[in-house]
Design a protein around this ligand. Structure first.
Ligand SMILES: NC(=O)c1ccc[n+]([C@@H]2O[C@H](COP(=O)([O-])OP(=O)(O)OC[C@H]3O[C@@H](n4cnc5c(N)ncnc54)[C@H](O)[C@@H]3O)[C@@H](O)[C@H]2O)c1
Length: 339
C-alpha cells in the first residue's frame, strides 16, 4: 500500500486526494496547505494528517510519495525537496515556472539517486486518447499527417490564479502541447495567435484564447484551439489524421442518448463539465501508472524531460503570439516539409 500525501488542497489537490482514497493500492496519509483551513478540511475527509509546511511533510517517514498540486511557481522547489527526502513525486503541470527553471530542475535531479518523478499530463492516460495512440503506434492510421486538438474551458479561473499561472500557454495550452507531442513527437516550429476575449482577465495582461500551429520533426502538423471560456461546456476534442484513416474523439456526455422530437433531432446532453468529471478515469489511470512505476522500478511517463519539452513549446508560442513570427526550435533536427 503506497502512502501518499497531497500538497496543495485546491481544485486539483482535491481531485488527487479523491483518486488516492479510491485506489486499492494507495492510502492518503497527509495533506499540506499553508493557507486557511484547506489542509485540515481535506485531511479530515480522509482521516489524514494535515501539514502547513511542506518541509515538515517531507520529513514524515510515514509518507512514501507526494502529489504536488500547489501553485505553479512552487513546483520545481517542492519536487526537488521531495526527491531529496526520498519521496516519489507526481507533480502537476507545468513541471516548473519556466524553461530555465525546468531545465535546472532536470539537471539537479540527475545528480542524485531518487524515486520516480512523474509529470501530471493526465490526458496521456485518458482511455480515448490512449486508444488513439495505440492505433497510431500499431500503424492502423498509417503515417500521422495532421492532429487537431480543441480544448476550451467552460469558464475562466479567477484573475489571481491567472496572474500566478505563467500565462495561457504554460498553464492551459501546455496540456495540448504535450498531447501534440504524444502523437507527432518533437516540435520544431511554432506559430501562435493570442486573443483577448474576456474583459474580466484584461488586467492580467495574458491571452485568454489562442490558436497554435505546430510542426513536428517528422513533418506532421498539429493545430490547437484554446479558449478559457466556452458557454457550451468543457470542450475537449481530438482528431488524429493519418494516411490510412483517422481517430476522432468527440466530447463526452453523461449518456450516449440522442433525442429526436418534432422540433429538433439529435439532441444530446451537455458535455461533461469540468476536468474532474471529464478526466476522472485519466487521473485514476495516471495514479495507477505512477504506482506501477514505483513498484516495478520502471520509467515513469511523462517524464520531467517531457515537462521541459512542453514548456519549451509554450515559451515559443508566447514569443510567436507576441511578435507575430514563427519560432523555430532547434530540438529534434530539421523539419521534414514533405512533398
Ligand atoms: N492536470 C490538470 O488537469 C490540472 C487542473 C487544474 C490545475 N492543475 C495544476 O495544479 C496546480 C494547482 O492548480 P489549482 O487549480 O488546484 O489551484 P488552486 O489555487 O485551486 O489550489 C492551489 C492550492 O495550493 C495551496 N498552496 C499555496 N501555497 C502553498 C504551499 N507553499 N504549499 C502547499 N500548498 C500551497 C493554496 O492554498 C491552494 O489551496 C497548478 O500548477 C495547475 O497548473 C492541473
Amino acid at each position: 500500500m503506497l502512502r501518499v500525501a497531497v500538497i496543495g488542497a485546491g481544485r486539483i489537490g482535491k481531485v488527487h486526494a479523491a483518486a488516492v482514497a479510491a485506489h486499492p493500492q494507495a492510502r492518503l496519509v497527509a495533506v499540506c496547505d499553508p493557507i486557511g483551513t484547506g489542509a485540515a478540511d481535506l485531511a479530515a475527509i480522509y482521516e489524514a494528517k494535515a501539514y502547513a509546511e511542506a518541509a515538515d511533510l517531507f520529513a514524515d517517514s510515514d509518507v512514501d510519495a507526494v502529489i504536488i498540486g500547489s501553485p505553479t511557481p512552487l513546483h520545481a522547489q517542492q519536487v526537488l525537496a521531495a526527491a531529496r527526502a526520498g519521496k516519489a513525486v507526481l507533480v502537476e503541470k507545468p513541471v516548473a515556472g519556466d524553461v530555465d527553471e525546468a531545465r535546472a530542475l532536470e539537471a539537479e535531479l540527475a545528480t542524485f539517486e531518487h524515486p520516480p518523478v512523474m509529470v501530471g499530463f493526465q490526458r496521456r492516460y485518458d482511455p480515448s486518447i490512449r486508444r488513439a495512440k495505440a492505433l497510431a503506434d500499431a500503424g492502423e492510421l498509417g503515417t500521422i499527417e495532421q492532429v487537431t486538438i480543441v480544448a476550451r474551458d467552460p469558464g475562466p479561473p479567477p484573475a489571481e490564479y491567472v496572474a500566478a499561472s505563467g500565462g495561457l500557454f504554460k498553464d492551459m495550452t501546455i496540456h495540448d502541447f504535450d498531447e501534440a507531442r504524444f502523437f507527432i513527437g518533437d516540435i520544431v516550429e511554432v506559430s501562435a495567435f493570442g486573443q483577448n476575449v474576456l474583459p474580466e482577465l484584461a488586467e492580467t495582461g495574458d491571452f485568454d484564447a489562442a490558436m497554435v500551429l505546430l510542426r513536428g520533426a517528422g513533418g506532421a502538423v498539429a493545430t490547437i484551439t484554446n479558449n478559457r471560456r466556452c458557454v457550451t461546456g468543457y470542450d475537449q476534442r481530438l482528431e488524429v489524421h493519418g494516411s490510412l484513416g483517422s481517430a476522432v474523439m468527440d466530447n463526452w456526455r453523461e449518456t450516449t442518448l440522442s433525442v429526436n422530437t418534432r422540433d429538433a433531432s439529435g439532441v444530446r446532453q451537455p458535455y461533461l463539465d469540468f476536468f474532474l468529471e471529464r478526466y476522472a478515469a485519466a487521473y485514476s489511470n495516471e495514479l495507477s501508472a505512477f504506482i506501477d512505476a514505483i513498484n516495478s522500478g520502471t520509467e515513469v511517463s511523462p517524464t520531467v524531460a517531457d515537462g521541459v519539452a512542453a514548456l519549451l513549446v509554450a515559451q515559443a508560442a508566447e514569443e510567436s503570439a507576441r511578435t507575430g513570427r514563427t519560432v523555430r526550435l532547434d530540438i529534434g533536427g530539421t523539419p521534414d516539409y514533405g512533398g
